[in-house]
Design a protein around this ligand. Structure first.
Ligand SMILES: [Zn+2]
Length: 159
């Protein structure tokens, strides 16, 4: 028998289909129903736009971080399956169809990890490129790391 689902139930079911959600829930020590009902669960991460606290929320695409200042602040961040913020590297295409990002150079390796303080974050190709850092607040670009005054492991350069 087919039953119509309420939008809130559907949201829960979609999220259940994704194994990654269980890792996040386990870390949060909460259930999906509770999280859905409370409208979010506290996270240790800060909003890049306003510096406010961020909450874990769910959408039909899974978990993400959302600023507690919403709707005044629309800051959001994608998270990985451990619930840590991830960085979306958006490839831009120039008019000729060539990707603007041509090179990704790995800096830190498991055998030789390279850490930088927030004052030592390199500028890549005079600011045209981007450095990717793994910090205590998740993976971020050099620009984001400077803004949040944090250093970390220098993962890669892209340009
Ligand atoms: Zn915010």
């Amino acid at each position: 028998m087919l039953q119509a689902l309420q939008p809130s139930q559907r949201k829960v079911l979609d999220a259940r289909n994704n194994l990654a959600e269980f890792y996040v829930l386990a870390r949060l020590g909460t259930s999906l129903e509770k999280l859905d009902h409370a409208g979010g669960a506290p996270s240790p991460y800060k909003c890049e736009k306003c510096g406010g606290a961020m909450l874990y929320r769910i959408s039909k695409n899974g978990f993400f971080l959302s600023c507690t200042g919403y709707p005044e602040c629309d800051g959001t961040k994608p998270v990985d399956k451990q619930g840590k913020p991830t960085l979306r590297v958006v490839l831009k295409y120039a008019h000729g169809g060539q990707p603007v990002i041509r090179e990704l150079q790995r800096v830190s390796s498991p055998g030789l990890r390279k850490y930088v303080g927030c004052g030592e974050i390199p500028r890549v190709r005079n600011g045209l490129g981007m450095a990717i850092l793994s910090t205590s607040q998740g993976v971020m670009s050099d620009q984001q790391a400077r803004k949040s005054n944090t250093g970390g492991e220098l993962l890669a350069f892209v340009w």
